[in-house]
Structures are given as C-alpha cells and as structure tokens.
Design a binder for this molecule. Structure first.
Ligand code: ADP
Ligand code: MG
Length: 260
C-alpha cells in the first residue's frame, strides 16, 4: 500500500513587499507517495522555489493545509518546524550552500550539530560512511574552494543525507553543472530513490525531469498539469555514452595535432 508522505490542500503563498502583494502560489493540491521521485517543472518565477521551501518546512503557507508524513505542519511553531525539517528532509540547492571555511567533514556534519547528537565513534563512522557513499572518501580534508562543482554538489548531498531523512528535496541541483557532471548527480539521486528515499526535484530542464517518475508542471503559482514518465532516463546508462572531460581534452589535442 502506498503511503502519502506529502499532502497539500489549497496552499497559497502571498509575499508582501511594501504595499505590493505577490501571489506566488494560488491553491496547490499535491500528493506525493513515499518512495516516489517527482520533479516540479516551470518557468522562472512560476513559484517552484516557494513551493519547495514550503514542502521542506523552510517557510509556511499563507493559507491552506500541509501534512508532512501525517503531521499537520500548519499547527507547528517555528521550533517544531525546524525540528521536523531536520528530521524528515534533506536539502540540496543549485548553489551548493556550503560553508567555505569548513572542510568536507565539517560541512557534512553541520546538521548533526544542529540536532545536538553527541560526539562519538559512531558519529565519526556515520560521517565517513555518508562521504564514502557520494564517492568523496579521498577528499575529506578539502574545503569547498578546492573542489569542482560536481564534487561540491556531492558534499551537499552527503550533508542532506546525514540525518537519514525520508525525503530529499533538491532545487535545481544540476543548474550550475556541465551535462556529464549533472548526469553523475542524477545517478546519485536515482540510486538514493532506489534505496527508498522519496525525492522531490525542481528543474526547468525537461531532460533532467525525465529522470524522475512523475513530472508536475507549475505556472503562475498553479499546478497546470502532470505527466507520468513511463521509462525514466537511466543516468548510469547515459553516462556510459557520455565523454569524460579528460576524453574531451584528449580528442581536442589529437584533433589539434592533426591540424598542425
Ligand atoms: P521560481 O523558483 O519558479 O523561479 P519563486 O518561487 O522564486 O519562483 O518566485 C515566485 C514568485 O514570487 C515570483 O514572482 C517572485 O518574484 C516572488 N518571490 C519569491 N520570493 C519572494 C520574496 N522573498 N519576497 C517577495 N517576492 C518573492
Ligand atoms: Mg527558483
């Protein structure tokens, strides 16, 4: 039996800027089941980030109802909201949002500090395990400035996983990456989904959305359509046919030597 992990009823969000009101969301009804991989597509300004922030308990709707894993989010105060967010949701952003002064370990353990888990061997093991799972075991002492965009996003994914949340939410996580690196990140999300995580993804690229099982279309703060993806793109298969950066450089120098 499928269990609803997210249920919204007529959610609205009005931003007030001085005397002006912006209707960012105008009545969103959404159901997402545990274990689904859903992407939310829409043009810039359609309300994707606003919706994501509400679903992830970073912000509250102006009106409507939101149940997260059966909990009525509208009833929670700010502390309770922060607690449920920390427990249930891991976030990944387009711009990575890492702390530049901390190395990978420091960045990945941040959510644990907020949830006040005690220092222990188990905690160190957990941090290392999560960093290994995104393929960064050799880089743990490096700071974000010493990493590529793809590696930074892997750190952000590790940080999102550290509290073992049921849901991973990602707002345009491949937006700043080249296509191969973006595909590698999609492979990680697909693997996480196969291992049981619910994934909710915002993108404005249809090629990226086709990696998910369901695409929801947002326009002017309204859900205006949805599509089940019969055969989602398999990122691992895609990667087999995509040149690596080193290959591109090799080809380039080979071609160049031919010309010379
Ligand atoms: P998207 O992520 O799809 O680009 P957003 O959710 O960021 O869209 O924005 C939806 C609408 O709400 C836009 O018109 C945007 O200008 C407005 N908006 C977003 N955040 C704020 C804010 N903090 N204050 C005022 N208006 C905002
Ligand atoms: Mg946005």
């Amino acid at each position: 039996m499928k269990k609803e992990i997210i249920l919204t009823k007529e959610i609205t969000k009005i931003y007030k800027v001085g005397d002006i009101k912006v209707n960012a969301l105008r009545g969103i009804n959404l159901e997402i089941n545990e274990g689904e991989f859903v992407s939310i597509m829409g043009p810039s300004g359609s309300g994707k980030s606003t919706l994501m922030n509400i679903l992830g308990c970073l912000d509250k709707p102006t009106s409507g109802f939101y149940y997260l894993d059966g909990i009525n989010v509208m009833d929670l105060n700010d502390n309770q909201l922060a607690e449920i967010r920390n427990k249930k949701v891991g976030f990944v952003f387009q711009t990575f949002n890492l702390l530049p002064r901390l190395n990978i370990i420091g960045n990945v353990e941040l959510p644990l500090i907020y949830s006040r888990r005690e220092q222990s061997r188990a905690r160190k093991d957990l941090i290392n395990e999560v960093i290994n799972s995104v393929g960064l075991a050799d880089w743990i002492k490096h700071k974000p400035g010493e990493l590529s965009g793809g590696q930074r996003q892997r750190v952000a994914i590790a940080r999102a996983l550290i509290n073992n949340p049921a849901i991973i939410m990602a707002d345009e996580p491949t937006g700043n990456l080249d296509s191969r690196t973006g595909e590698e990140i999609m492979a990680i999300f697909q693997e996480l989904n196969r291992s049981g995580k619910t994934i909710i993804f915002v993108t404005h690229e249809i090629e990226i959305a086709r990696h998910s099982g369901r695409i929801i279309y947002l326009r002017d703060g309204i859900l205006c359509g949805e599509e089940l993806v019969k055969e989602p793109v398999d990122a691992c298969k895609m990667l087999e046919n995509m040149p690596k950066l080193e290959d591109k450089i090799n080809n380039f120098s080979n071609n160049n030597s031919n010309v010379i």
